[in-house]
Design a protein. Structure first.
Length: 246
């Protein structure tokens, strides 16, 4: 798909995108920059891909473990963030009996508490300005039961409820929504490709995975003024996966 030159008019927006060293986060950062936004990148560590992307986009970057409350607060500091995209996430594939207590804790720490800590770090200044947007990256696996993902799916379901709770608490000033991807062609999927996942992908009504750019377009729509009457919504971008799963 060829991106339109600037359909979203993001010129006046500063966006912090967590987990933007690669995958959906990096695609969102590239497209946001193309559409005029000021982008602040984030990665877990100061990795080469993060530094290279920052150079490519002439953008600031921060790095910290999203699961470390103090580190998040320090890394965000006094940054002025108009749109926060809580995208950093992990998706280990383990069955219920294989998941250790440490696995459960880590999956919830990164996928649920990460968005909590980043949101807490930017919300005070959003409230001072009287406006802001937060977009949480959930998963289609949060909607219906999908085999083999007890910790990840339940963590993303928690993120959906966090999205609606925050949307109510911070209305009318901060709009809070989520995007629920089905399968997007990133390292995350590549790493977890198993016969079960392969079968799930084959079953998608649109018969393919999304590109990371297709996720980015939806995130940027929600970030833009075109979506100023949408809050508390979890938007599926899954080629129909959630119609046929569960
Ligand atoms: N790809 C899909 O099909 C799919 C489907 C449904 C939902 N999602 C969701 O979409 C989001 C992005 O997925 P993706 O496929 O783009 O993933 P990815 O390619 O694996 O990239 C993950 C990003 O998150 C960062 N990250 C991971 N753990 C972190 C931590 N503890 N602290 C800070 N940053 C951390 C990584 O940074 P480093 O490089 O520094 O580790 C990287 O930038 C995730 O929330 C994922 O659950 C993806």
């Amino acid at each position: 798909m060829k991106a339109a030159k600037n359909p979203y008019f993001l010129e006046d927006k500063t966006m912090l995108i967590t987990g933007s060293s690669r995958g959906i986060g990096a695609a969102t950062a590239r497209l946001a920059k193309q559409y005029g936004a000021e982008v602040i990148l984030h990665g877990r560590t100061e990795s080469e891909p993060l530094k290279l992307l920052a150079k490519e986009l002439d953008s600031k970057y921060i790095f910290c473990d999203a699961a470390d409350e103090k580190a998040v607060k320090k890394a965000v500091g006094n940054l002025e963030v108009e749109v926060l995209v809580n995208n950093a996430g992990i998706n280990p594939s383990k069955t219920f009996m294989d998941l250790t207590g440490e696995d459960w804790k880590r999956i919830y720490d990164v996928n649920v508490f990460g968005p909590v800590y980043f949101s807490q770090a930017v919300i005070p200044r959003m409230l001072e300005r009287g406006q802001g947007k937060i977009i949480n990256i959930s998963s289609a696996k949060s909607h219906n039961h999908v085999r083999g993902k007890p910790a990840y799916a339940s963590a993303k379901a928690a993120l959906n409820r966090l999205t609606t709770s925050m949307a109510e608490e911070f209305a009318p000033h901060i709009l809070v929504n989520a995007v629920a991807p089905g399968f997007a062609d990133t390292e995350m999927v590549e790493k977890t490709l198993s016969p079960v996942i392969r079968a799930q992908i084959d079953n998608i009504p649109l018969k393919r995975m999304a590109s990371a750019d297709e996720m980015a377009e939806t995130v940027l729509f929600l970030a833009s003024d075109k979506a100023n009457y949408i809050t508390g919504h979890v938007l599926s971008v899954d080629g129909g996966f959630s119609i046929v799963s569960g």
